[in-house]
Ligand binder design. Structure first.
Ligand SMILES: [Zn+2]
Ligand SMILES: [Zn+2]
Length: 271
């Protein structure tokens, strides 16, 4: 018997993502035990459809079928995709979202790449920093997240400042980068508020040199004052990470709820 739901975790990767291995059922069972809604959010990369291990459009029926089975047993689950936004693929991504919106409870947009290199990979972001400098990489990244917001394709936006994940590894320009990050994150949060688009409080930054959530508490507090709303995501790639994250997911959920700033994407029932 499920006790009162304590939180929603809207960012859970399963074995349908190339970098993850959790079964949908195992997450759902753990979520039920811990009174936490499980929002599946596997990567969908239109730019990488040919790459091994990536979820292809042709595989979506498999994901949906597995979700239906899980959902019939565990109703506190929802299905979405973490759709990588690329402004140069705007028409193709729009077409994809139009074709598949009805298959999912909500769609979440995010940005990982600058010029097809992932800012969330230490190796690739290092190449980008060598080319553009850290502030230059930040500029490219934030411009693309801004374009994702303006696209109006999504019901929520993930880790708006994930580009800072490895920033402390580039100490020479860190201070300048932090000032730039703060300015652009605040601007982005306000833009999301104008579009009534909830922003994810993504916990994964705690596991990287950045050591803070995306966005961090100082920014959350400032944005709450200007009307930005949020949802919470652990960005778990393993069931054990999800289980370990639930206390923090609950803590942030309560924090946002107390400030009237919790907004769940799509048609998911509130707590
Ligand atoms: Zn992501
Ligand atoms: Zn993710």
């Amino acid at each position: 018997m499920v006790s009162k739901l304590l939180a929603h975790d809207f960012h859970i990767h399963t074995h349908f993502s190339p970098d993850s291995d959790g079964e949908l059922n195992d997450y759902a069972e753990a979520g039920q035990q811990l009174s936490c809604h499980v929002g599946y959010l596997d990567h969908f990369e239109l730019a990488f459809q040919e790459r091994k291990g990536y979820l292809s459009e042709a595989m979506l029926p498999l994901l949906l079928e597995e979700f239906d089975k899980t959902h019939s047993k565990y109703p506190e689950t929802s299905i979405s995709l973490e759709i990588d936004y690329y402004s140069h693929l705007h028409s193709e991504i729009t077409e994809f979202c139009d074709n598949h919106r009805r298959d999912f409870d909500y769609l979440i947009g995010s940005v990982h790449c600058v010029n097809e290199l992932a800012v969330t990979s230490h190796k690739e972001v290092t190449l980008l920093v060598q080319k553009y400098g850290l502030v230059g990489v930040l500029r490219h990244y934030f411009n693309e997240v801004e374009a994702a917001v303006h696209s109006k394709l999504f019901d929520g936006i993930a880790h708006i400042d994930a580009v800072m994940r490895f920033a402390p590894n580039f100490p020479k320009s860190l201070l300048q980068a932090e000032n730039y990050w703060r300015k652009r994150t605040l601007e982005l949060g306000e833009l999301c508020s104008q579009y009534r688009l909830p922003v994810e409080v993504n916990l994964t930054g705690l596991n990287f040199p950045w050591g803070r959530v995306h966005p961090d508490q100082e920014i959350i507090d400032l944005l709450v004052k200007s009307g930005t709303t949020f949802f919470v995501g652990s960005d778990s790639h393993r069931v054990t990470s999800f289980v370990n994250s639930v206390p923090l997911v609950c803590q942030f959920t309560r924090y946002l709820q107390e400030r009237g700033a919790l907004r769940l994407p799509g048609n998911v029932n509130s707590l």
